[in-house]
Design a protein. Structure first.
Length: 429
Protein backbone atom coordinates (compact mmCIF):
# COMPACT_ATOMS: atom_id res chain seq x y z
CA UNK A 1 0.00 0.00 0.00
CA UNK A 2 1.28 3.48 -0.78
CA UNK A 3 2.10 5.64 2.22
CA UNK A 4 0.97 9.27 2.10
CA UNK A 5 3.91 11.72 2.13
CA UNK A 6 3.47 12.68 5.80
CA UNK A 7 3.20 9.09 7.06
CA UNK A 8 6.21 8.48 4.92
CA UNK A 9 8.37 11.10 6.59
CA UNK A 10 7.15 10.11 10.03
CA UNK A 11 8.16 6.53 9.39
CA UNK A 12 11.42 7.07 11.19
CA UNK A 13 11.52 9.88 13.71
CA UNK A 14 15.21 9.41 14.45
CA UNK A 15 16.24 10.53 11.01
CA UNK A 16 13.48 13.08 10.59
CA UNK A 17 14.82 16.47 9.49
CA UNK A 18 18.24 15.01 8.80
CA UNK A 19 19.30 15.81 5.29
CA UNK A 20 20.93 13.53 2.77
CA UNK A 21 22.46 14.33 -0.60
CA UNK A 22 22.70 11.70 -3.31
CA UNK A 23 25.25 12.45 -6.04
CA UNK A 24 23.99 10.99 -9.33
CA UNK A 25 20.39 10.47 -10.43
CA UNK A 26 20.82 7.32 -12.52
CA UNK A 27 19.00 4.15 -11.53
CA UNK A 28 21.25 3.48 -8.54
CA UNK A 29 21.12 7.09 -7.30
CA UNK A 30 17.34 7.44 -7.54
CA UNK A 31 16.81 4.13 -5.73
CA UNK A 32 19.20 5.24 -2.94
CA UNK A 33 17.29 8.53 -2.73
CA UNK A 34 13.94 6.71 -2.48
CA UNK A 35 15.13 4.34 0.24
CA UNK A 36 16.75 7.16 2.25
CA UNK A 37 13.49 9.07 1.93
CA UNK A 38 11.63 6.07 3.32
CA UNK A 39 14.11 6.17 6.20
CA UNK A 40 12.89 9.69 6.99
CA UNK A 41 15.70 11.74 5.47
CA UNK A 42 15.00 14.95 3.57
CA UNK A 43 16.85 14.03 0.39
CA UNK A 44 18.39 16.16 -2.36
CA UNK A 45 19.30 14.28 -5.52
CA UNK A 46 21.86 16.06 -7.71
CA UNK A 47 22.49 15.30 -11.38
CA UNK A 48 23.21 17.61 -14.33
CA UNK A 49 21.08 15.48 -16.66
CA UNK A 50 17.30 15.21 -16.97
CA UNK A 51 15.72 12.26 -15.11
CA UNK A 52 16.16 9.10 -17.17
CA UNK A 53 18.99 10.43 -19.30
CA UNK A 54 21.64 8.17 -17.82
CA UNK A 55 23.41 4.93 -18.68
CA UNK A 56 20.38 2.70 -18.15
CA UNK A 57 18.55 4.56 -20.92
CA UNK A 58 20.76 2.58 -23.31
CA UNK A 59 20.63 -0.66 -21.39
CA UNK A 60 18.83 -3.77 -22.63
CA UNK A 61 16.20 -3.28 -19.92
CA UNK A 62 16.61 -6.72 -18.42
CA UNK A 63 16.14 -7.49 -14.77
CA UNK A 64 18.74 -10.17 -15.09
CA UNK A 65 18.55 -11.85 -11.71
CA UNK A 66 20.63 -14.87 -12.69
CA UNK A 67 23.29 -12.91 -14.60
CA UNK A 68 25.66 -13.52 -11.71
CA UNK A 69 28.54 -15.12 -13.60
CA UNK A 70 31.34 -12.56 -14.02
CA UNK A 71 32.45 -11.47 -17.47
CA UNK A 72 35.87 -12.93 -16.81
CA UNK A 73 34.86 -16.43 -17.81
CA UNK A 74 37.67 -18.99 -18.16
CA UNK A 75 39.41 -18.92 -21.53
CA UNK A 76 39.10 -15.15 -21.81
CA UNK A 77 42.88 -14.64 -22.06
CA UNK A 78 42.98 -16.64 -25.29
CA UNK A 79 40.43 -14.30 -26.80
CA UNK A 80 42.25 -11.01 -26.21
CA UNK A 81 44.40 -11.10 -29.39
CA UNK A 82 41.23 -11.81 -31.41
CA UNK A 83 39.47 -8.77 -29.93
CA UNK A 84 42.39 -6.57 -30.84
CA UNK A 85 42.39 -7.86 -34.42
CA UNK A 86 38.62 -8.03 -35.03
CA UNK A 87 36.91 -4.71 -34.41
CA UNK A 88 33.66 -6.30 -35.66
CA UNK A 89 33.54 -8.84 -32.83
CA UNK A 90 31.20 -8.59 -29.83
CA UNK A 91 34.12 -7.56 -27.64
CA UNK A 92 36.51 -4.90 -28.84
CA UNK A 93 39.56 -3.31 -27.37
CA UNK A 94 40.54 -0.05 -29.02
CA UNK A 95 44.37 0.00 -29.21
CA UNK A 96 44.35 3.54 -27.73
CA UNK A 97 42.70 2.11 -24.59
CA UNK A 98 45.43 -0.42 -23.97
CA UNK A 99 47.89 1.49 -21.72
CA UNK A 100 45.17 2.85 -19.42
CA UNK A 101 43.21 -0.36 -19.20
CA UNK A 102 46.12 -2.76 -18.61
CA UNK A 103 46.07 -2.72 -14.76
CA UNK A 104 42.27 -3.14 -14.84
CA UNK A 105 42.62 -5.96 -17.34
CA UNK A 106 45.21 -7.74 -15.25
CA UNK A 107 42.83 -7.79 -12.27
CA UNK A 108 40.01 -8.87 -14.60
CA UNK A 109 42.02 -11.87 -15.81
CA UNK A 110 42.81 -12.81 -12.20
CA UNK A 111 39.07 -13.32 -11.76
CA UNK A 112 38.93 -15.93 -14.53
CA UNK A 113 39.78 -18.83 -12.19
CA UNK A 114 36.94 -21.27 -11.49
CA UNK A 115 37.08 -20.77 -7.71
CA UNK A 116 36.87 -16.99 -8.16
CA UNK A 117 33.93 -17.33 -10.56
CA UNK A 118 32.07 -19.38 -7.97
CA UNK A 119 32.84 -16.86 -5.19
CA UNK A 120 31.64 -13.95 -7.30
CA UNK A 121 28.48 -15.74 -8.45
CA UNK A 122 27.61 -16.67 -4.86
CA UNK A 123 28.10 -13.10 -3.66
CA UNK A 124 26.09 -11.62 -6.54
CA UNK A 125 23.28 -14.12 -5.96
CA UNK A 126 22.85 -12.84 -2.40
CA UNK A 127 21.92 -9.49 -3.97
CA UNK A 128 19.90 -10.64 -6.99
CA UNK A 129 17.67 -12.93 -4.90
CA UNK A 130 16.15 -9.81 -3.32
CA UNK A 131 15.75 -7.66 -6.42
CA UNK A 132 11.99 -8.02 -6.93
CA UNK A 133 11.22 -7.64 -3.22
CA UNK A 134 13.32 -4.48 -3.07
CA UNK A 135 11.76 -2.96 -6.19
CA UNK A 136 8.20 -3.79 -5.06
CA UNK A 137 7.60 -0.88 -2.65
CA UNK A 138 9.25 1.61 -5.02
CA UNK A 139 7.15 0.47 -7.99
CA UNK A 140 4.04 0.25 -5.87
CA UNK A 141 4.44 3.95 -5.08
CA UNK A 142 4.51 4.87 -8.81
CA UNK A 143 1.33 5.68 -10.66
CA UNK A 144 2.14 3.51 -13.67
CA UNK A 145 1.88 -0.11 -12.58
CA UNK A 146 3.33 -1.49 -15.80
CA UNK A 147 6.87 -0.17 -15.46
CA UNK A 148 8.41 -3.64 -15.09
CA UNK A 149 6.98 -6.37 -17.30
CA UNK A 150 6.87 -10.04 -16.38
CA UNK A 151 8.40 -11.18 -19.65
CA UNK A 152 11.05 -13.92 -19.52
CA UNK A 153 14.21 -13.55 -21.58
CA UNK A 154 15.34 -15.88 -24.36
CA UNK A 155 18.88 -16.69 -25.44
CA UNK A 156 19.45 -18.32 -28.83
CA UNK A 157 22.51 -20.11 -30.18
CA UNK A 158 23.69 -21.14 -33.66
CA UNK A 159 24.44 -24.67 -32.50
CA UNK A 160 24.47 -26.84 -29.37
CA UNK A 161 28.17 -26.12 -28.74
CA UNK A 162 27.34 -22.69 -27.31
CA UNK A 163 24.90 -24.18 -24.80
CA UNK A 164 27.43 -26.89 -23.91
CA UNK A 165 29.98 -24.15 -23.11
CA UNK A 166 27.40 -22.42 -20.94
CA UNK A 167 26.39 -25.62 -19.12
CA UNK A 168 28.77 -25.26 -16.13
CA UNK A 169 27.45 -21.72 -15.61
CA UNK A 170 23.86 -22.89 -15.93
CA UNK A 171 24.62 -25.56 -13.32
CA UNK A 172 26.16 -22.94 -11.04
CA UNK A 173 23.14 -20.70 -11.46
CA UNK A 174 20.84 -23.67 -10.73
CA UNK A 175 22.81 -24.50 -7.58
CA UNK A 176 22.14 -20.92 -6.44
CA UNK A 177 18.41 -21.20 -7.08
CA UNK A 178 18.00 -19.74 -10.59
CA UNK A 179 16.27 -21.73 -13.29
CA UNK A 180 16.69 -21.97 -17.04
CA UNK A 181 14.93 -24.14 -19.60
CA UNK A 182 16.26 -25.60 -22.85
CA UNK A 183 14.29 -24.56 -25.93
CA UNK A 184 14.05 -26.45 -29.23
CA UNK A 185 13.25 -25.01 -32.66
CA UNK A 186 9.47 -25.29 -32.21
CA UNK A 187 9.51 -23.71 -28.76
CA UNK A 188 11.67 -20.83 -29.99
CA UNK A 189 9.30 -20.27 -32.92
CA UNK A 190 6.23 -20.43 -30.65
CA UNK A 191 7.67 -17.87 -28.25
CA UNK A 192 9.17 -15.63 -30.90
CA UNK A 193 7.58 -16.21 -34.32
CA UNK A 194 10.02 -13.81 -36.04
CA UNK A 195 12.83 -16.23 -35.19
CA UNK A 196 10.86 -19.36 -36.19
CA UNK A 197 12.93 -21.68 -38.39
CA UNK A 198 16.09 -19.65 -37.75
CA UNK A 199 17.28 -21.15 -34.44
CA UNK A 200 17.03 -24.68 -33.06
CA UNK A 201 18.91 -24.17 -29.78
CA UNK A 202 17.92 -21.81 -27.04
CA UNK A 203 17.44 -21.12 -23.38
CA UNK A 204 14.62 -19.45 -21.50
CA UNK A 205 15.26 -17.58 -18.24
CA UNK A 206 11.82 -17.55 -16.63
CA UNK A 207 12.85 -15.55 -13.57
CA UNK A 208 14.07 -12.47 -15.46
CA UNK A 209 11.78 -9.51 -16.09
CA UNK A 210 12.06 -6.55 -18.43
CA UNK A 211 11.67 -2.80 -18.50
CA UNK A 212 10.59 -1.61 -21.92
CA UNK A 213 10.91 2.11 -21.33
CA UNK A 214 14.22 2.44 -19.51
CA UNK A 215 14.23 6.24 -19.62
CA UNK A 216 10.60 6.44 -18.46
CA UNK A 217 11.29 3.92 -15.68
CA UNK A 218 13.88 6.18 -14.02
CA UNK A 219 11.80 9.29 -14.74
CA UNK A 220 8.80 7.66 -12.99
CA UNK A 221 10.87 6.71 -9.94
CA UNK A 222 12.23 10.28 -9.83
CA UNK A 223 8.70 11.64 -10.10
CA UNK A 224 7.61 9.46 -7.18
CA UNK A 225 10.62 10.70 -5.15
CA UNK A 226 9.68 14.33 -5.84
CA UNK A 227 5.99 13.74 -5.11
CA UNK A 228 7.07 12.71 -1.59
CA UNK A 229 8.98 15.93 -1.02
CA UNK A 230 12.35 14.95 -2.54
CA UNK A 231 14.35 17.71 -4.21
CA UNK A 232 16.16 17.13 -7.49
CA UNK A 233 18.75 19.70 -8.54
CA UNK A 234 20.12 19.79 -12.09
CA UNK A 235 23.77 20.52 -11.54
CA UNK A 236 27.03 18.72 -11.02
CA UNK A 237 28.54 18.12 -7.61
CA UNK A 238 31.96 19.73 -7.73
CA UNK A 239 33.16 18.70 -4.27
CA UNK A 240 32.23 17.02 -1.01
CA UNK A 241 32.78 19.47 1.87
CA UNK A 242 34.17 18.14 5.13
CA UNK A 243 35.00 19.21 8.66
CA UNK A 244 36.57 17.23 11.50
CA UNK A 245 36.55 13.96 9.57
CA UNK A 246 32.91 14.09 8.45
CA UNK A 247 31.18 15.37 5.34
CA UNK A 248 29.11 18.49 5.94
CA UNK A 249 27.52 18.70 2.49
CA UNK A 250 28.38 19.24 -1.14
CA UNK A 251 29.31 22.19 -3.34
CA UNK A 252 27.53 22.30 -6.68
CA UNK A 253 28.87 23.60 -9.97
CA UNK A 254 25.96 26.11 -10.05
CA UNK A 255 27.39 27.78 -6.92
CA UNK A 256 24.82 26.30 -4.56
CA UNK A 257 25.83 24.47 -1.41
CA UNK A 258 23.73 21.65 0.01
CA UNK A 259 24.31 20.75 3.66
CA UNK A 260 23.98 17.08 4.49
CA UNK A 261 24.18 14.73 7.43
CA UNK A 262 24.73 11.92 4.99
CA UNK A 263 26.10 11.84 1.42
CA UNK A 264 25.80 9.02 -1.11
CA UNK A 265 28.12 8.83 -4.12
CA UNK A 266 26.14 7.06 -6.86
CA UNK A 267 27.52 8.79 -9.94
CA UNK A 268 28.40 5.76 -12.09
CA UNK A 269 31.75 6.33 -13.81
CA UNK A 270 31.54 9.97 -12.59
CA UNK A 271 32.16 8.64 -9.06
CA UNK A 272 35.90 8.60 -9.85
CA UNK A 273 36.32 12.30 -9.13
CA UNK A 274 35.28 11.71 -5.49
CA UNK A 275 37.80 8.93 -4.80
CA UNK A 276 40.33 11.24 -3.05
CA UNK A 277 37.63 12.53 -0.69
CA UNK A 278 36.35 9.01 -0.10
CA UNK A 279 39.90 7.83 0.54
CA UNK A 280 39.62 4.93 -1.91
CA UNK A 281 41.56 3.77 -4.91
CA UNK A 282 39.20 1.71 -7.01
CA UNK A 283 39.79 0.38 -10.54
CA UNK A 284 36.52 1.65 -12.00
CA UNK A 285 36.33 1.57 -15.82
CA UNK A 286 33.61 2.78 -18.17
CA UNK A 287 32.95 0.03 -20.71
CA UNK A 288 30.96 1.13 -23.71
CA UNK A 289 27.89 -0.62 -25.04
CA UNK A 290 26.10 0.52 -28.21
CA UNK A 291 22.45 0.38 -29.19
CA UNK A 292 20.58 0.98 -32.45
CA UNK A 293 16.87 1.69 -32.01
CA UNK A 294 14.66 0.97 -35.03
CA UNK A 295 11.46 2.97 -34.76
CA UNK A 296 9.75 1.07 -37.58
CA UNK A 297 11.57 -2.29 -37.67
CA UNK A 298 8.95 -4.11 -39.78
CA UNK A 299 9.36 -7.09 -37.43
CA UNK A 300 7.51 -7.84 -34.23
CA UNK A 301 9.47 -9.25 -31.31
CA UNK A 302 7.84 -10.11 -27.99
CA UNK A 303 10.76 -10.94 -25.72
CA UNK A 304 14.21 -9.59 -25.10
CA UNK A 305 16.30 -12.10 -27.02
CA UNK A 306 20.03 -12.50 -26.62
CA UNK A 307 21.78 -13.85 -29.71
CA UNK A 308 24.73 -15.41 -27.93
CA UNK A 309 26.92 -16.15 -30.95
CA UNK A 310 26.32 -12.68 -32.38
CA UNK A 311 27.08 -11.00 -29.04
CA UNK A 312 24.03 -8.73 -29.11
CA UNK A 313 20.46 -8.55 -27.94
CA UNK A 314 17.08 -7.70 -29.50
CA UNK A 315 15.00 -5.75 -27.00
CA UNK A 316 11.43 -4.73 -27.84
CA UNK A 317 11.19 -1.28 -26.24
CA UNK A 318 8.38 1.27 -26.28
CA UNK A 319 10.51 3.52 -28.51
CA UNK A 320 11.14 0.74 -31.07
CA UNK A 321 13.13 -2.44 -31.52
CA UNK A 322 16.46 -1.92 -29.85
CA UNK A 323 19.40 -3.95 -31.06
CA UNK A 324 22.64 -3.75 -29.18
CA UNK A 325 24.93 -4.72 -26.42
CA UNK A 326 28.60 -5.41 -27.14
CA UNK A 327 31.52 -4.51 -24.97
CA UNK A 328 34.11 -1.99 -26.01
CA UNK A 329 37.17 -0.96 -24.03
CA UNK A 330 38.10 2.56 -25.08
CA UNK A 331 40.21 5.35 -23.60
CA UNK A 332 38.17 7.37 -21.00
CA UNK A 333 37.52 10.38 -23.24
CA UNK A 334 37.39 8.56 -26.56
CA UNK A 335 34.54 9.57 -28.85
CA UNK A 336 31.85 6.92 -29.30
CA UNK A 337 32.37 4.74 -32.33
CA UNK A 338 28.82 4.35 -33.64
CA UNK A 339 30.25 2.22 -36.41
CA UNK A 340 29.95 -0.54 -33.81
CA UNK A 341 26.18 -0.07 -33.75
CA UNK A 342 26.18 -0.41 -37.55
CA UNK A 343 28.11 -3.66 -37.23
CA UNK A 344 25.42 -4.97 -34.89
CA UNK A 345 22.70 -3.90 -37.32
CA UNK A 346 24.45 -5.69 -40.15
CA UNK A 347 24.57 -8.87 -38.04
CA UNK A 348 20.93 -8.44 -37.03
CA UNK A 349 19.91 -8.19 -40.71
CA UNK A 350 21.57 -11.54 -41.31
CA UNK A 351 19.30 -13.02 -38.64
CA UNK A 352 16.17 -11.14 -39.73
CA UNK A 353 16.52 -10.14 -43.42
CA UNK A 354 13.13 -8.39 -43.31
CA UNK A 355 14.42 -5.88 -40.73
CA UNK A 356 13.86 -2.26 -41.81
CA UNK A 357 16.78 -0.17 -40.64
CA UNK A 358 16.13 3.21 -42.29
CA UNK A 359 14.64 4.97 -39.22
CA UNK A 360 17.38 4.45 -36.68
CA UNK A 361 18.66 6.22 -33.57
CA UNK A 362 22.02 5.34 -32.04
CA UNK A 363 22.98 5.42 -28.39
CA UNK A 364 25.91 4.56 -26.20
CA UNK A 365 26.18 3.88 -22.49
CA UNK A 366 29.27 3.44 -20.32
CA UNK A 367 28.84 0.60 -17.87
CA UNK A 368 30.65 1.40 -14.61
CA UNK A 369 32.68 -1.81 -14.27
CA UNK A 370 34.99 -3.17 -11.61
CA UNK A 371 37.31 -5.97 -12.78
CA UNK A 372 35.54 -8.55 -10.59
CA UNK A 373 32.10 -7.52 -11.94
CA UNK A 374 30.80 -6.79 -8.42
CA UNK A 375 29.50 -3.36 -7.38
CA UNK A 376 30.71 -1.27 -4.48
CA UNK A 377 28.18 -0.86 -1.67
CA UNK A 378 30.10 0.51 1.28
CA UNK A 379 30.79 3.29 3.75
CA UNK A 380 33.85 5.53 3.39
CA UNK A 381 36.38 4.96 6.16
CA UNK A 382 37.75 8.47 5.64
CA UNK A 383 34.37 10.20 5.87
CA UNK A 384 32.09 7.77 7.74
CA UNK A 385 28.89 9.63 6.85
CA UNK A 386 29.57 9.16 3.11
CA UNK A 387 28.37 6.01 1.35
CA UNK A 388 29.39 4.47 -1.94
CA UNK A 389 26.99 2.92 -4.46
CA UNK A 390 28.67 2.54 -7.85
CA UNK A 391 30.36 0.04 -10.15
CA UNK A 392 27.26 -1.99 -11.03
CA UNK A 393 28.67 -2.91 -14.45
CA UNK A 394 26.14 -4.79 -16.53
CA UNK A 395 23.59 -5.08 -13.70
CA UNK A 396 22.77 -1.57 -12.50
CA UNK A 397 19.16 -1.68 -13.61
CA UNK A 398 18.75 -5.04 -11.92
CA UNK A 399 20.46 -4.07 -8.67
CA UNK A 400 19.27 -0.46 -8.25
CA UNK A 401 16.62 -1.06 -5.57
CA UNK A 402 18.64 -3.64 -3.63
CA UNK A 403 21.57 -1.22 -3.49
CA UNK A 404 19.23 1.56 -2.33
CA UNK A 405 17.86 -0.60 0.47
CA UNK A 406 21.37 -1.57 1.61
CA UNK A 407 22.63 2.02 1.56
CA UNK A 408 19.66 3.09 3.72
CA UNK A 409 20.51 0.27 6.15
CA UNK A 410 24.12 1.47 6.33
CA UNK A 411 23.04 5.07 6.83
CA UNK A 412 20.65 4.02 9.62
CA UNK A 413 23.40 2.00 11.30
CA UNK A 414 21.42 -1.25 10.92
CA UNK A 415 23.01 -4.62 10.32
CA UNK A 416 22.52 -5.33 6.64
CA UNK A 417 20.72 -8.49 5.55
CA UNK A 418 23.49 -9.25 3.06
CA UNK A 419 27.15 -9.58 3.99
CA UNK A 420 28.67 -6.52 2.30
CA UNK A 421 32.31 -7.65 2.57
CA UNK A 422 32.34 -8.87 -1.07
CA UNK A 423 31.21 -5.39 -2.14
CA UNK A 424 33.75 -3.44 -0.10
CA UNK A 425 35.54 -0.51 -1.74
CA UNK A 426 38.69 -1.66 0.03
CA UNK A 427 38.86 -5.11 -1.55
CA UNK A 428 41.33 -3.85 -4.17
CA UNK A 429 43.84 -2.48 -1.67
C1 LIG B 1 24.47 -1.52 -23.69
C2 LIG B 1 24.13 -1.71 -22.24
C3 LIG B 1 23.23 -2.69 -21.88
C4 LIG B 1 22.90 -2.88 -20.52
N1 LIG B 1 21.91 -3.78 -20.19
C5 LIG B 1 21.56 -3.93 -18.88
C6 LIG B 1 20.50 -4.81 -18.54
O1 LIG B 1 19.85 -5.41 -19.39
N2 LIG B 1 20.21 -4.94 -17.22
C7 LIG B 1 20.89 -4.27 -16.23
O2 LIG B 1 20.60 -4.47 -15.05
N3 LIG B 1 21.85 -3.38 -16.54
C8 LIG B 1 22.21 -3.21 -17.85
N4 LIG B 1 23.21 -2.32 -18.19
C9 LIG B 1 23.98 -1.68 -17.10
C10 LIG B 1 23.26 -0.51 -16.50
O3 LIG B 1 22.79 0.35 -17.49
C11 LIG B 1 24.24 0.23 -15.58
O4 LIG B 1 24.81 -0.66 -14.66
C12 LIG B 1 23.50 1.30 -14.78
O5 LIG B 1 22.86 2.19 -15.65
C13 LIG B 1 24.44 2.07 -13.87
O6 LIG B 1 23.64 2.96 -13.14
P1 LIG B 1 24.26 4.06 -12.19
O7 LIG B 1 23.12 4.80 -11.62
O8 LIG B 1 25.27 3.43 -11.29
O9 LIG B 1 25.13 4.98 -13.15
P2 LIG B 1 24.65 5.96 -14.31
O10 LIG B 1 23.43 5.46 -14.97
O11 LIG B 1 25.85 6.18 -15.17
O12 LIG B 1 24.24 7.28 -13.56
C14 LIG B 1 25.19 8.11 -12.96
C15 LIG B 1 24.61 9.51 -12.95
O13 LIG B 1 25.51 10.32 -12.22
C16 LIG B 1 25.55 11.58 -12.83
N5 LIG B 1 26.79 12.22 -12.42
C17 LIG B 1 28.06 11.95 -12.80
N6 LIG B 1 28.93 12.78 -12.20
C18 LIG B 1 28.19 13.60 -11.41
C19 LIG B 1 28.52 14.68 -10.54
N7 LIG B 1 29.77 15.08 -10.36
N8 LIG B 1 27.51 15.30 -9.91
C20 LIG B 1 26.22 14.90 -10.06
N9 LIG B 1 25.87 13.88 -10.88
C21 LIG B 1 26.84 13.25 -11.54
C22 LIG B 1 25.46 11.30 -14.31
O14 LIG B 1 24.96 12.42 -15.02
C23 LIG B 1 24.48 10.12 -14.33
O15 LIG B 1 23.17 10.52 -14.55
C24 LIG B 1 23.53 -2.09 -19.52
C25 LIG B 1 24.42 -1.08 -19.91
C26 LIG B 1 24.71 -0.87 -21.24
C27 LIG B 1 25.64 0.22 -21.62
Amino acid sequence: MNAAPNEFLLANRRALHETAVVIGGGIVGVCCALYLQREGYAVTLVDPEAPGNSTAKWSCGQIAVSEIIPLSKPGILMKVPGWLMDQKGPLALRPSALPGILPWFFRFLMCARHSKIVDIAQAMATLTHDVYGDYAPLLDACEDKTLMGERPIIEVFDNPVGIAHEQPHLDLRASLGFTSQRLNAKEIGDLEPALGGRFAHGLLFPDWRAVSDTEGFIAALTQSFMARGGRRVRSEVARIDEENGRATGVALANGERAAAACVVVAAGTGSRRFFPALGVSVPLAGIAGYQAVLRHPGVEMRHSTIYADGGFCFSPMTRGLQIGGTIEFAAPNARPNFGRADIILEKARRVLPQLQTADVEYGVGYRPFLPDTKPIIDRSRRLPNVFMAFGHGQLGLTLGATTGRLIADLAAGRTTKQDLAPFSAYRFS
